[in-house]
Design a protein around this ligand. Sequence first.
Ligand code: KG4
Ligand code: ZN
Length: 345
Amino acid sequence: MLVLGIESSCDETGVALVESQGGATPLLRAHALHSQIAMHQAYGGVVPELASRDHIRRVLPLAQTVFDEAGRHLAEVDVVAYTRGPGLAGALLVGAGVACALGAALGKPVLGVHHLEGHLLSPFLSADPPEFPFVALLVSGGHTQLMRVDGVGRYEILGETIDDAAGEAFDKSAKLMGLPYPGGPWLAKLAEQGDPAAFRLPRPLLHSGDLDFSFAGLKTAVMTQAKKLGEELEARKADLAASTQAAIVEVLLKKSLAALDATGMSRLVVAGGVGANRDLRRQLDAACAKRGVRVHYPELHLCTDNGAMIAMAAAMRLQAGMEKASARYAFDVKPRWPLDALAAA
Ligand code: KG4
Ligand code: ZN
């Protein structure tokens, strides 16, 4: 079964072809991505209307690239999958509209996919995919969740952020330091030259005894520290970046270990944009190796938004019999859509 996947929930347009055969893990045939980061950078964040318009411009040329690369033809597609939510309403509508129009034109069924399920299953696109069950740490720009994953569509949220997401903490702190959008990777780069112990920043909810997160206070602490430094900030920026990253990473690390303890599981999957963070990976690898826990990550280029994870999630849902693709082409999108609502559906 050949699945065409379209991602357009935020500021990347992604298109991919994933193929499944029998019960084996589906395989990525080709994927193409256009990032709008350069376009939004001038505004310091995503401008939703510009995002929607750019998705319209990019999606069909990207699809053509994917078919050319895979040596396949549109007519061979069995299912057209798209991100149904969560995300920016206008941006989601572009992917949903194009997917349903293609489905209707080809007479092929369509399937709306949950963006976070895409991230969650993205490690299955790697050469060494994980096995169920596992604990998942989902860390993106909009979400921070620890989940128990027993199979496709079998997700239980163990803990989540009560305010800002980890990616947001990276991005907002970076903005305070005058770094470009999106700040996460810039802050991480700057942190490499700094001292993580230079400033003592709070580790919110570290000892709360549950698996929830809170990052809003950390941002305030970074702001207070930046103000205190005044003119000295420029010279101490790398230290502040390193200290901020250390605080975020320590909380993510300790809570992930607590989730492994609570579930008794010996496998951890890390997904979402912040999963690209090298310091987080280094520390998780070291701590998990000591405990005999295997850690799986998506390949670096598939950590942030892409079409491959959407095609993969669709292929895995169909393969698991969780869902049937539909030949009804009226579509809606779900800008807000909790992942556990999907599991219960
Ligand atoms: O998963 P994603 O591409 O989009 C959402 O679904 O939100 O995640 C984007 C987030 C941004 O906050 C970005 O700053 C962060 O991931 N990010 C990083 C790194 N690369 C991306 N944060 C820290 N270190 C990185 N290397
Ligand atoms: Zn995402």
